[in-house]
Design a protein around this ligand. Sequence first.
Ligand SMILES: C[S@@+](CC[C@H](N)C(=O)[O-])C[C@H]1O[C@@H](n2cnc3c(N)ncnc32)[C@H](O)[C@@H]1O
Length: 279
Amino acid sequence: MSSLAEQIAEQIESNRSALAHQSAFAPHRRRLTDLIAARAGGRLCLLGAGNCYDLELPRLTQSFSEVHLVDLDLEALERARAAEAPTVRERLTLHELELSGIHGELPSWRAMRVTPEALMAVPSVASKRIAAALPGPFDVVVSACLLSQLQLLLLNVLGERHQLIEAARQIQNLVHLRSIARLLSPGGRGLLVSDVTSNETFDFAKLAPDADLPALVQDLARRGALIYSVNPELLAFTAREDPFLAKSVELSPLRDAWLWQNGPLRTFLVCALELRCRR
Ligand SMILES: C[S@@+](CC[C@H](N)C(=O)[O-])C[C@H]1O[C@@H](n2cnc3c(N)ncnc32)[C@H](O)[C@@H]1O
């Protein structure tokens, strides 16, 4: 277990340490940018944008009328903006924002100083606060490999044996999905992009070059062999069962999956789910 402050500092350090690996991100960057640009038009909001190594910002600023970058690491956002040409730079709006919505709750959860009623109120209160802090609604909202980071922090701060860990995981997913839903304009589309497993637990070398990665994700999801909290089956269940989400968004079946080479040592299997705003 570690403190919240240590975890946030670690996140910011991890953004800094990724700086040397921009070129390794190229296929992932192309793939994610293609996916976003295929939904071009209107206002775009990128959650967890950080270094923006997974985004071709020149293309996105041409495809959307506004591009909003959101992260708790403002320095990373500023570095990303400074690296672009002035014509791109002027089209980017940066927002320093804590996107889990639950950091403020963690000390009392850790100490078990919380009532069931207070816990149940969190998804609504926190997602409303996040949406109100950004100038929505947006036509496209992208969560860029953020949810696994939010879940990892939770696990590291509470510990996997904490009595509230299961509830906390579900609450975090609810806050995140509801935040995306609240940020969308009528008919708008959210892309929930997640790293679902890595070469620490899966041997990607044994895959054929033309392996069907969406089918692989589905198979691993069914077998519970993905990072638990970002398993697409769990997220689909949450989107169906939560009354707010069921009424406001439709989660599409998985269509896209690819490999993300994150520096020389780490490879992630990434998949994308789409949330369509029903309004
Ligand atoms: C895995 S990185 C995503 C990759 C990133 N788009 C890039 O290319 O650098 C996750 C991002 O989420 C941000 N993040 C993590 N926890 C956050 C939080 N609670 N609120 C806002 N941003 C957070 C990190 O600072 C980091 O930039």
